[in-house]
Ligand binder design. Structure first.
Ligand SMILES: Nc1nc2c(ncn2[C@@H]2O[C@H](COP(=O)(O)OP(=O)(O)OP(=O)(O)O)[C@@H](O)[C@H]2O)c(=O)[nH]1
Ligand SMILES: [Mg+2]
Length: 145
């Protein structure tokens, strides 16, 4: 069993590719046209992060999940997430730096930490690097007897 993870970030930052990698599927480009649910992942179109009114809807969608993932690609030139926004939802918020094969992930990680993410993962959805650590984080572990 896994906690339900919702992914948010600008268009093209790698949300859908990450959902495919987390499911163990081949990564193929597919533009997200609407919020997409499956058993443990909620994928959102990047436009929801890029438009102020749709951004408010993302806060509501967060309540359908157990964990909120904010994504920034390592080669992104800027962050869409303002400082200290994780308090807008009463869910755990984690940072995920994508495309770590394309640039040093440090800058994107710093932006995510500034936004309030205390835990930040680094992933490359094309090679699978960092995917096991993220899967482990959302795994619901049986209590030891
Ligand atoms: N090099 C590299 N490319 C990646 C990685 N992850 C995703 N991409 C590429 O980035 C492009 C956009 O990826 P998507 O997963 O569709 O991005 P998205 O965030 O879902 O975009 P929207 O659906 O528009 O919101 C695709 O061409 C992917 O192949 C990665 O880790 N490394
Ligand atoms: Mg997508």
């Amino acid at each position: 069993m896994r906690k339900k993870l919702i992914l948010m970030g600008r268009s093209g930052c790698g949300k859908t590719s990450l959902t495919q990698a987390l499911r163990g599927e081949t990564v193929t480009y597919l533009k997200t046209q609407a919020i997409a649910y499956d058993n443990f992942l909620i994928d959102t179109p990047g436009e929801y992060c890029e438009n102020h009114d749709l951004g408010a809807a993302l806060c509501l969608y967060a309540y359908e999940a157990d964990v909120v993932g904010l994504l920034i690609a390592a080669d992104d030139d800027y962050s869409l997430f303002p400082p200290c926004i994780t308090c807008l939802v009463n869910r755990e918020v984690i940072g995920i730096v994508t495309k770590i094969d394309k640039a040093d992930p440090c800058r994107a990680e710093n932006w995510l930490r500034l936004s309030g993410c205390e835990t930040v993962f680094h992933v490359n959805s094309l090679t699978g690097e960092g995917i096991p650590a993220l899967l482990d984080h959302i795994e619901i572990k049986e209590k030891q007897q």
